[in-house]
Write a protein that binds this ligand. Structure first.
Ligand code: MTE
Ligand code: MO
Length: 540
């Protein structure tokens, strides 16, 4: 192999190595900013940018193929981290090629002054980092107002942009410094090379230096692994999708059992000192509240049940709590919402958004809640404040709320953009929780069936049970009648007289007298509808 080919290959290899190591340094910078300051990382932002663009059916397929929402989140983060490494290595490769060409063409001659201080390779890396940064700002513009430590949208945008600049900058600086070290200035390297004997073995010095760069890479990789481990311990993998159900369901769900759904890989952990609630948009008097100012307003206590739109028939993505907070109607009254106001577009520190109709917001039951069952909201449920929207699916009850914007048009939130909805009003639902009917029942014995029924913000008037596949319905007892905004708990004493395979089902009647229909609908796009049906085997 000729000397030039060998030296080119060697240069390219050094470039790839340096680029990959610099990418590890960049990732480390991102993760450190995330852990220490709550600054959103590009892997998280890219996921949040893409998710709303994916039609809900495809999103469902992706989740199934990945083996669950948590697995899809893991896959997304992993892919972006891997892509960063590849792009970083390519950047290093191009850098080394430019450095080599500059060294060859300018070898020996005194370069222009500009080229001494800013050689072509340095200009390339500045342009590369600058272009990546601008592209990231443009492409990620809608999700830049994200800050997991609680900064309001405008400050969050600045924090995210600066964080990316620092991270990308750490890449560029690492490429220049590591390359200079590894090739001991490309110019000096190649000048020596031309003077060396044809066919001479590569200078052992370069090999040793490359090994040292590799060692920096291993150290950066280990530090990345340590920070990823910390983030993964705090990640939502362990609790996203937590359900509560079973025969011992309590009227009020304890906070540590309340169901959880989140789009995040690592949830927000808001510092109340940074946090603000902004009321903006079509209002006469825009306002900003800090946590103290919000709690100084006269609070209301309101028991309310929440249910996720993706709760299957019979599922446990549904819980009930006693909430304390301030009615949104009061905040809007203070701000003076314009008469042509149509919706509220609400935003969270995690970049999540959703909208609610203005009539709903003004009905007095929509709260900015800061207590759950008598204690401050747990982090997972939206500390310091969340929106609480009775009667509509849980996605409207935005956690870590930071901005309410009064809009005069139709605004679509995170999930609505995927194609969920457009109707988010909770239909009447009920489920059978107990007993476990997988084990056969002996004819003639008494069994107590129990469960819950929920009719959004219409209340539950009556619950009925059928044990003959819907031919006859008998009233159940409401062991906890609940209120207009909550679920009810029911029980039904059943004594099957003869053996056979039976079909049990439950139906509720809402406070307006409307009976839950048996007409089934899939979860996508407006939430499951129909009756929860359970098979039972009665033996002699
Ligand atoms: N900021 C923010 N709010 C959010 C979400 C989210 O991912 N981010 N998920 C929503 C969804 S889909 C549901 S069902 C409820 C769940 O609230 P919980 O976890 O307190 O039960 O929160 C909603 N609010
Ligand atoms: Mo949800």
């Amino acid at each position: 192999m000729s000397v030039t080919v060998r030296s080119k290959l060697r240069s390219a290899a050094v470039g790839v190595l340096v680029g990959a190591v610099a990418a590890l340094v960049m990732t480390l910078t991102m993760l450190a900013l995330r852990v220490a300051l709550g600054v959103a990382t590009p892997p998280e932002l890219i996921g949040d940018r893409l998710a709303p663009l994916i039609p809900v059916r495809d999103f469902g397929t992706l989740i199934t193929q990945a083996g669950g929402y948590n697995e899809l989140k893991r896959l997304g983060i992993g892919s972006v981290l891997a892509a960063q490494l590849v792009v970083g290595a390519l950047g290093g490769l191009v850098y080394s090629l430019i450095a080599m060409r500059a060294a060859r063409s300018g070898g020996g001659e005194p370069g222009r002054r500009r080229d001494v201080w800013f050689p072509a390779s340095t200009r390339f890396i500045v342009a590369f980092v600058g272009a990546l940064w601008l592209a990231a700002l443009l492409v990620l513009a809608p999700v830049l107002p994200t800050h997991y430590g609680g900064l309001p949208p405008t400050a969050a945008t600045v924090a995210t942009a600066l964080g990316m600049l620092v991270a990308f900058g750490s890449y560029g600086l690492s490429v220049v410094l590591l390359h200079r070290f590894a090739a001991r200035s490309p110019r000096a390297d190649l000048t020596t090379e031309t003077g060396s004997r044809p066919g001479a073995p590569p200078r052992p010095d370069l090999g040793r230096r490359a090994v040292l760069v590799g060692a920096v890479g291993i150290a950066a990789g280990a530090a990345n692994a340590a920070l990823l481990g910390r983030l993964s311990d705090a990640a939502t993998f362990s609790y996203d999708g937590t359900q509560v159900r079973g025969p011992d369901i309590a009227p009020i769900t304890p906070n540590d059992q309340f169901y959880i759904v989140t789009k995040n890989v690592v949830d927000a952990r808001v510092d109340p000192a940074l946090w603000r609630l902004e009321i903006v948009g079509a209002v006469d008097r825009p306002a900003t509240y800090d946590f103290g100012a919000l709690k100084a307003l006269s609070p209301v206590r309101q028991e309310t049940t929440l249910m996720c739109i993706s709760n299957p028939l019979g599922g446990g993505l549904m819980s009930n709590a006693m909430w304390t907070g301030v009615p949104v109607a009061e905040l809007l009254g203070q701000a003076g919402a314009h008469p042509d106001a149509r919706e509220l577009l609400c935003r969270s520190v995690d970049g999540y958004s959703d909208s609610i109709p203005i009539e709903k917001a003004l009905d007095g039951t929509v709260l900015v809640a800061y207590e759950m069952n008598g204690v401050p909201l747990p982090d997972r449920h939206g500390f310091p404040v969340r929106l609480l929207v009775p009667g509509m699916y849980g996605e409207k009850s935005i956690k870590w709320l930071t901005r309410i914007e009064v809009v005069t048009g139709d605004a679509r939130g995170f999930y609505e953009q995927q194609g969920w909805g457009p109707d988010f009003v909770i239909p009447t639902r009920s489920r059978i929780d107990g007993p476990d009917l997988r084990t056969p029942i002996r004819a003639g014995t008494s069994v107590v069936l129990t469960g819950v029924a929920f009719a959004g913000d219409r209340g539950v008037q009556q619950v009925e049970v059928t044990t003959d596949g819907g031919s006859t319905w008998q009233p159940a007892t409401l062991t906890y009648p609940g209120s207009r905004l909550t679920w009810a708990l029911w029980s039904f004493a059943w004594r099957p007289s003869k053996p056979g395979d039976l079909t049990l089902a439950v139906r509720a009647t809402d406070g307006r007298g409307e009976v839950q229909s048996s007409k089934a609908a899939a979860i996508v796009p407006q939430g499951a509808r129909g009756q929860h049906v359970v098979k039972a085997r009665v033996v002699a």
